[in-house]
Write a protein that binds this ligand. Structure first.
Ligand SMILES: Cc1cc2nc3c(=O)[nH]c(=O)nc-3n(C[C@H](O)[C@H](O)[C@H](O)COP(=O)(O)OP(=O)(O)OC[C@H]3O[C@@H](n4cnc5c(N)ncnc54)[C@H](O)[C@@H]3O)c2cc1C
Length: 413
């Protein structure tokens, strides 16, 4: 019987441990927290967006950080495989907007507890509050030193996650283990993270959320990416779903240094001509009002002074005195409200870490190290990251499954 040691009980580690136990191995799972799946418990704003009900090709397309590496892991364990298993174990799920899959109960904690029960049921030895300090490998054997002792086995699967939300246990320990085992760790960057801005005005608009806008990111006049949807002003800059998506684009552009420019199209559905006609109608309707009040049907009240200032129009100008040129400038600003992006919030606040153990040094079928036999990697510790939508957890579950299955298999003589 093979002895498999799994380091880190997040989505990847739990699935790796379950797959290895199913494969007939004796499995020891070491976790530094006092519960398994602590990060999973806060995913999806406490609802756990488990996966996405799209095709695996679409999953890969939604994974800008080395999605193609996942092809083989997804063939072995797809989103359907995950859901079939969860349903068999009694978890009901539902599909929401954009194919996002959640537990019917909207409870991430239910998922975490269910997986803990499955680990126990599979006979996995779970060691909580047992931080791993060192991992070594020689001649196909591995040795893992943790707070409680030294454990030897035939394989060690490193599933320590990234380095965001360190309070959940993901403090980047796996990168150190990987380096010590001869691996390259690519540049670690925050992804799915809010932006900070040079301008102070977002602070004054803190809490204001905009729907159906298009935000685009620019560097020296070149568009890097754009997304349509919802965004939010905060005390430090900008956040919300489309901003997080743009941060992923920034994380994946080579040598993408800040500052960058953010342009917000507040009326993306309208052509400049149609928008101009709309403004003329509003100014006619509120002909006796100051321009600031004549725009109240067009924009949230708090945003109007900002737009007028960027357009160079005095808020107190009577609506009927706004010239054609000024209206032109107003339309331009409404379709490209501009902010200077100075950087991101710290990596600790990122949803995922971009970068990690180089995928070139890991076999995509088995997740085994190409440098050191008996060592496997799965989940966010690898140089993989995806957009929001359930893709990150699916990547962790699938790579975990592939690693666990392979690690449990007897070596061919
Ligand atoms: C706020 C938030 C919300 C998110 N929501 C979603 C979502 O809804 N859907 C989605 O797909 N993705 C979501 N993600 C991303 C997703 O949670 C991660 O990509 C995923 O959890 C990665 O799984 P993992 O198993 O690789 O790592 P982790 O879940 O980070 O697990 C790693 C584990 O290893 C343990 N560990 C680390 N070092 C050691 C050590 N030295 N010894 C022992 N144990 C160790 C840690 O304590 C931790 O339990 C979210 C992330 C955040 C931060």
């Amino acid at each position: 019987m093979r002895h498999v040691i799994v380091v880190g009980a997040g989505a990847a580690g739990i699935m790796a441990a379950l797959a290895a136990a199913e494969g007939g191995a004796a499995v020891r799972l070491l976790e530094k927290n006092n519960i398994v799946g602590k990060k999973m418990g806060i995913t999806g704003k406490g609802r756990c967006n488990l996966t996405n009900a799209c095709t695996m090709d679409e999953c890969i397309a939604h994974t800008p950080g080395n999605g193609r590496f996942l092809f083989s892991a997804y063939q072995q364990f797809s989103n359907e495989d995950l859901l079939t298993r969860l349903h068999q174990w009694g978890l009901e799920t539902k599909v929401e907007r954009g194919g996002r899959v959640f537990p019917q109960s909207d409870s991430a904690v239910e998922v975490r507890k269910l997986l803990y029960q499955r680990l126990r049921h599979a006979g996995v030895t779970i060691q909580l509050e047992d931080a791993v300090q060192d991992i070594r490998a020689w001649d196909g054997r591995v040795s893992v030193r943790s707070a409680s002792g030294i454990y030897e086995g035939d394989a060690c699967i490193i599933t320590t996650g990234g380095m965001s939300y360190p309070v959940t246990g993901s403090t980047g320990d796996g990168y150190g283990f990987a380096r010590a085992l001869g691996h390259t760790v690519t540049d670690l960057r925050p992804s799915l993270i809010p932006f900070t801005t040079a301008e102070a005005w977002p602070h004054a608009l803190s809490g204001l959320s905009l729907r159906n806008v298009e935000a685009s990111l620019w560097k020296r006049g070149k568009k890097l990416a754009s997304h349509f949807g919802e965004m939010l002003f905060t005390h430090f800059g900008v956040s919300g779903p489309i901003i997080l998506m743009l941060s992923t684009a920034a994380a994946h552009k080579k040598q993408c240094t800040y500052p960058l420019q953010l342009r917000i199209n507040l009326k993306p559905a309208l052509s400049p001509e149609t928008l101009d006609q709309r403004i003329q109608r509003d100014f006619q309707k509120y002909i006796r009002k100051e321009v600031e009040n004549a725009m109240k049907d067009l924009l949230p009240q708090r945003l109007i002074p900002v737009v007028l200032e960027q357009a160079g129009i005095d808020c107190r100008l009577p609506a009927h005195q706004v010239s054609r040129e000024q209206r032109h400038d107003l339309v331009t600003v409404l379709q490209a409200l501009t902010l200077t992006i100075t950087g991101t919030r710290p990596i600790e606040e990122a949803i995922v870490t971009a970068g990690g153990v180089s995928i070139r040094e890991v076999n995509p079928k088995t997740m085994e190290s190409r440098k050191t036999a008996g060592i496997y990697f799965a989940g966010e510790v690898l140089d993989i990251d995806a957009f929001t939508g359930g893709y990150n957890l699916q990547a962790a579950f699938s790579t975990g499954y592939a690693a666990g299955t392979a690690a449990a298999q007897e070596e061919m003589p």
